[in-house]
Design a protein around this ligand. Sequence first.
Ligand code: ADP
Ligand code: ZN
Ligand code: ZN
Length: 738
Amino acid sequence: MPDKRITVYQVAVPSPLRRVFDYLPASHSDQSLRPGCRVRVSFGKRQVVGIVVATKNGSDIPLGKLKPIAEILDPIPLVSAALFDLYLWSANYYQHPIGDALANSFPTLLRKGKPIPGDAQLKWRLSTLGLGLPDQALKRAPRQQQLLHLLQQYDALTAEEIKGQGLSPAIVRQLENKGLIESFEQPRAESHWQTGDLLAEQPLSLNKEQQQAVDGIRTTGFCTYLLQGATGSGKTEVYLQLIEKIIRQNKQALVLIPEINLTPQTLQRFRSRFTCPVAVLHSGLSDRERAIAWNRARTGQAPIVLGTRSGIFTPLKNPGVLIVDEEHDSSYKQQDGFHYSARDVAVMRAKMEAIPLLLGSATPALETLHNSNSGRYTRLSLSGRAGISRPPEWQLVNLRDKNLNAGFSAELIDAMADELRQNHQVLVFLNRRGYSPTFSCHSCGWIASCHRCEARLTLHLSINRLLCHHCEHQEMVPAACPDCRSGKLQCLGQGTERSEAILEALFPETTILRVDRDSTRKKNAMKAVFDRVNRGEKCILIGTQMLAKGHHFPNVTLVVILDADGGLFSADYRAPERMGQLITQVAGRAGRGTKPGRVILQSHHCDHPLIQIISQQGYGAFADKLLQERELAELPPFSFMAMLRAESHQRQDAEIFLRKARQAAEKLLPPSPSCRYLGPLPPAMERRSGLFRQQLTITCNHRLQLQKMLSALSQELEKSTGGRNVRWSIDVDPQEMA
Ligand code: ADP
Ligand code: ZN
Ligand code: ZN
């Protein structure tokens, strides 16, 4: 019989279990803790940081066996009740262990039980010893000497500023160890901005559609808006003017952008418009910097908060608006661990905090279009380009039976030469990095493959290595075939490195700039490329999807899509949608300045309806067509999907586990025309990083039914012993199917 007189706290702790644990109040404390407070508790043999989720009277466990909370870290919760409810909702909706989901919602420092760091900046300066050094000191250690001189010149610098000068943290440590420099905390200068002089620059005068968009957004109460407008149609200007309105009402704006778009240029656009602080949250911050930015949002010191995916969980003192830019971007969905979609969580957050949400995109996700077609979201459109430029013209090149020069058709080469003669810039899009995706033996057919994945190795000539793009594996390039000893090894297919080499041979007079994950690994490499492009001289840009996003290249007049076929025949039903978005985004780079633009798309399937529609009618019609197909096939957004994934060292373990999971699931929610099971089946790449993979897909026409089943199922799977040799996860609303 539970003792009902005693208050018991239900605490979420870092553990893979989808449950909370009971604890007694801390001894010598009569404080009552609200949900959201961090506490230290003993869990097993360890002390861990947990978070109070709820209180109840009594426990099913004998009170004598319960432990008291060891330490109260937050006497009052750090986040509002509404936001904490959102954290709980997310854990629940995505079927993720609550302790881990909550840990994901807080900055690492706080998750480790540390207090919020003061807003002071940690800086480095010369110590008394360092101040006494002659100018010539440390001649034998030029990097250390450089730092010494910098600090003589500037008095004090943050670690970030030192890094910005190209000096590594190791150099800082070396000088610190010699006692020549020391760190200290400098209070951040309070910015004295007032709503009266909020603007640092005059806003642009909006065109009619932009004005309608800004006026059409109600700043009180919950409503979701879709701002659909081609790249360059002026969406960002709409965000800026909406944010201005919100700040004038003493509220805050939280803006999410894809990681790749969070460039100094984007940040600059916000900082040069407004005098008020902008807090920025992205993956490059140290734990300390992140916690400080998080806290500036939480306390309202920063009226504007700019973040990437996980920024959606940032508390705001006075929430005013949420904006998700490029809402279709796949980086908003976390692909491992806690499988949340920041865009979808944003919808729930806006509802819980009763504020408007603005989703912006040139190529909205089909889910979002569906919600706007059905009237659940309010659609605002920007049809033209904000400046004077016109949309580009399309030309298809049929690759069938064509002689190709490493992927370039003769027509294409002519067209490029034509543009370059006029000193224009050309952008070539190929979504495959490396030199060649297949390295094989011409004598016996051997193909270089990864021994840990079911995948071919990509040849990277720049580092002379074969790399697996699916795991960390890399190896030397063999001089002869490992199977037959033949020396006739060949490269099949092309990646950006090879296209770069071909272009250098074809256009020896022209600067070729390659942009992909490899070429931009060095800090500032990307910026250097863009600075060159923006000088406007003729050049060819060749690159992967990194080129597709956000950038404004006014002098690019021709965009080339080397190979559009990848997305047409994929096992992933979402592949055509992604292909259409990518092609449209890349094409949107053409003719953004005063000169007209054109797009050349090469394909072996020029007569494919999807290629026809996207090139002739644009993304809107393309998306409509895909939506019709999805409706017929009862696929999302016309149904709801969840995927159970399992991986194991032995092939059969994952499969047996999911077969049992399916049986259990079918008992909870029997298969029917409105609830369909598929699998367990191996994904397109069955083996990855040495593990065998299997997946079970469940598609249901009723979201609640699916949710209820998944909750019960996950509890059962946690308890089952079959899972011991298997790593498994649940992905609700999966984005990657293959
Ligand atoms: P998007 O975010 O849709 O890509 P931007 O807001 O970045 O579009 O606008 C594209 C370009 O057009 C920018 O250089 C911007 O300064 C300019 N622009 C936007 N709105 C206007 C306007 N109302 N009048 C003049 N130029 C504008
Ligand atoms: Zn061989
Ligand atoms: Zn591999």
